[in-house]
Write a protein of this length. Structure first.
Length: 142
């Protein structure tokens, strides 16, 4: 059994990413023909990274809860957290970089002092699912 939870996505994030990708596309399209032919490869690679990575993150950020582990995927980034290692889950609105596409986040504390911020769309189902797999209460509101 495994349940997949997609990340909640804040509208402001989509707007910021869309504007930045639009600016990058506009600047590359005007600059592509003004650089020497050898430099075009660098410009095109920059374009792929600047546009491709945000789209990849938006489309792939998810959290998979299985009997033994929580797997977090966000673009090229991956985490595997054993459910038994999760100490607690708390609400957070920290803006730190994380595999969370919303500021409505959950802080998962695990291992020896490690933590990860996530933002599942169905946060209460996500918490309930992890608690069922852990066989104990994990959520703490403080």
């Amino acid at each position: 059994m495994k349940n997949i939870y997609r990340s909640k996505i804040d509208a402001w994030l989509v707007i910021v990413l869309s504007v930045s990708m639009g600016i990058m596309l506009a600047s590359v399209s005007t600059g592509l023909f003004s650089v020497p032919e050898q430099g075009r490869v660098v410009v095109l690679i920059s374009l792929v990274i600047a546009v491709g990575l945000p789209v990849w993150l938006l489309l792939s950020t998810r959290y998979v809860v299985s009997r033994r582990q929580l797997r977090v995927q966000s673009g090229p980034f991956r985490w595997k957290i054993p459910v038994a290692d999760i100490a607690r889950i708390m609400p957070s609105n920290s803006p730190l970089a994380s595999p969370a596409l919303s500021l409505n986040r959950l802080r998962i504390e695990y291992g020896s002092g490690k933590s990860l911020l996530v933002s599942p769309r169905l946060a209460s189902d996500f918490i309930r699912d992890l608690e069922a797999q852990a066989g104990r209460s994990l959520f703490s509101s403080a």
